[in-house]
Design a protein around this ligand. Structure first.
Ligand code: PMV
Length: 353
């Protein structure tokens, strides 16, 4: 399968140029947590996310053909106009991982210029949108070099490459609902690249809003890559995997019939399961802050009283994502500004389509 993405052929090289690509952030409904041992970026379980169309990264990749062939990669990175030497090791590691599939990378000097639409230190993981935007730029160069490249291959390979930069980034290649990781009930799902969710989705789930309540802007003390590793020693890991697989099965029928209450119950359970894993790892840790809990209790109270469909999910951190159908937006924004705003540093809003 991996050989599929390897192309050994002579390229007719464009000496200089620039490509620009945009890629969304995403929020997982069924969370990817844990990687297979001794494999590169292969998930323990299958995951599904909504792409957040208003929360994205724009990347420009400028390339100049090197005068002389050399083994080393050459890259400079600018983030919001400022050179970021600290980003280089991650980019070089990414280039090393993908060099087998993109041998042309060594032939160019690269400058990466990247910007996010969301505030920099907002605690919103930018690795998914930034790695997928970079993977799309690299594929855009490949498209210039290989004229016969088809759109379907372009997207599959972009997702395959993005995965090697940051696991969840492979889902950011597509809008809407996106699946990564093989699951027996999802046709075409696999561990190497993400696919658009292939089944029927009730209209209610095609117009959802995600309001992100930024509770903590600081970088996490335990990064998600460290967290994934800790799953290898977590005493509850096996049960978590069984549960994630069952939750995916349940979600397929929920998405079809349009049952919002079941959807909400399921995504909240997933979010808390993810946090339970980090709380029971060695070393253990808490990503939630007091204000995360304050928000969760308020959401539960509000839901009981109003019977509105507002549900939360959590990422690997303290921030809360509130998911609800667009029809309920006016009412729910009132709740957010009246009752939840005081717990947050910032609010970021996006459609999930
Ligand atoms: O892609 P990573 O390595 O940053 O891991 C992301 C893990 C979660 O965001 C917690 C879940 C997910 O599926 O996105």
């Amino acid at each position: 399968m991996k050989k599929f993405f390897y192309r050994k052929q002579k390229y007719s090289i464009d000496p200089n140029g620039v490509v620009t690509k945009k890629s969304f952030s995403n929020i997982a409904l069924i969370k990817y947590w844990g990687k297979k041992k001794n494999k590169i970026q292969i998930p323990l379980n299958s995951s599904i996310s909504y792409s957040l169309v208003d929360v994205y990264t724009v990347t420009r990749l400028i390339y100049h053909l090197k005068k002389r062939k050399e083994r080393n990669f050459s890259v400079r990175v600018f983030f919001s106009g400022k050179e970021k030497i600290s980003f280089i090791p991650k980019i070089l590691e990414f280039f090393h991982r993908i060099s087998f599939y993109c041998s042309y990378l060594r032939d160019f000097n690269f400058v990466i210029e990247t910007e996010n639409t969301f505030p920099h230190s907002s605690g919103i993981a930018s690795s998914a949108s930034s790695m997928s935007a970079l993977a799309l730029c690299i594929m855009e160069i490949e498209k210039k070099l290989v004229s016969s490249l088809k759109e379907d291959f372009f997207l599959k390979k972009a997702s395959f490459l993005a995965r090697l930069g940051s696991g969840s980034a492979c889902r950011s290649i597509y809008p809407g609902l996106v699946v990564w990781g093989g699951h027996k009930s999802i046709k075409g799902s696999n561990n190497l690249y993400a696919i658009p969710y292939p089944y029927q989705v009730h209209p209610i789930f095609t117009k959802m809003v995600d309001t992100i309540l930024v509770i903590d802007e600081d970088p996490k003390e335990i990064s998600s890559s460290k967290g994934h590793q800790l799953m290898n020693y977590n005493p509850y890991a096996k049960e978590r995997l069984k549960c994630a697989n069952k939750n995916m099965e349940r979600l397929i029928s929920i998405l079809k019939v349009g049952d919002l209450q079941d959807f909400g119950e399921l995504i909240e359970h997933e979010a808390l399961s993810l946090h339970a894993m980090i709380m029971t790892s060695h070393p253990y840790f808490l990503w939630m802050k007091p204000n995360t809990l304050n928000v969760l209790y308020k959401v539960w109270d509000f839901r009981k009283q109003s019977r509105k469909n507002i549900y939360f999910t959590l990422d690997a951190g303290a921030n809360v994502h509130l998911l609800y159908p667009i029809q309920e937006k006016k009412f729910i924004m009132k709740l957010i500004y009246n009752d939840l705003f005081s717990y947050c540093k910032k609010i970021i809003e996006s459609f999930c389509i």
